[in-house]
Design a protein around this ligand. Structure first.
Ligand SMILES: Cc1cc2nc3c(=O)[nH]c(=O)nc-3n(C[C@H](O)[C@H](O)[C@H](O)COP(=O)(O)O)c2cc1C
Length: 201
């Protein structure tokens, strides 16, 4: 039995392919770990505020000196970090928009990366992630093909997510892709192909 956190960042509502892929991954996780509990964070339905001065001021104010305004500003970040800490497995839906992630997912990341809480520098100045022992599955969706071929260098979704998640210690990452949704000859089989590739380790 695992605690699964499903992060949704599609702007396509109910027709979202990344939500369907994320749900298919979760279904396979549940077959492997019966009784698993799922928590969903839909970043489009409940968007987090963009990072502003008030958030950053609060991040860098020691807890004992935080004013009521500082405490108000830090609520979202604390919630995001608490959710991650409570989860055993993360399923992150990341559709490609303009070669990158949706801005709501970027904002979620901006609230997640906190010195002293999700990463730190040791005495020698070495960076260390503080979120450990969790599995991450990425549900990646795109109109073109990025896993191989000429468009590969234009993928700013998977490399970015792997870099930033590993930075805080989430380095056990497996990706599943529905790709080629805009390409004749690929789009009709892309989803089924992705579903068949899902393997829970
Ligand atoms: C505004 C917008 C920008 C997009 N940009 C890209 C892109 O840069 N590259 C790509 O391969 N597909 C792109 N797509 C296609 C989406 O990745 C595709 O529609 C996917 O299904 C979106 O996932 P979702 O259904 O979960 O929202 C874009 C789609 C939209 C609506």
């Amino acid at each position: 039995m695992k605690q699964i956190l499903h992060i949704i960042s599609s702007a396509n509502g109910q027709s979202s392919v990344s939500i369907q892929l994320g749900n298919a991954i979760i279904e396979k996780i549940r077959q492997t770990y019966p009784g698993s509990v799922i928590k969903e964070r839909n970043l489009l339905e409940n968007p987090l505020p963009h990072l502003e001065e008030a958030h950053i001021t609060s991040f860098f104010t020691p807890p004992e000196y935080r004013t009521p305004e500082n405490l108000e500003a830090i609520i979202h970040s604390d919630e995001v970090i608490k959710e991650i800490k409570e989860a055993d497995i993360l399923v992150i839906g990341a559709p490609m928009y303009n070669f990158g992630i949706h801005s709501t997912l970027k904002t979620w990341i901006d609230h997640l990366i906190r010195v002293g809480l999700t990463f730190k520098y040791d005495d020698k100045g070495n960076q260390q992630g503080l979120i450990e022992g969790k599995k991450v599955y990425l549900a990646l969706v795109s109109g073109a093909v990025y896993s191989e071929g000429p468009m590969r260098p234009a993928d700013h979704v998977e490399p970015y997510l792997k870099t930033i998640l590993s930075f805080i210690g989430l380095s056990d990452i497996t990706s599943f892709r529905v790709e080629g949704l805009a390409i004749q000859g690929l789009k009709d089989t892309a989803f089924q192909k992705a579903i068949e590739s899902i393997c829970i380790s």
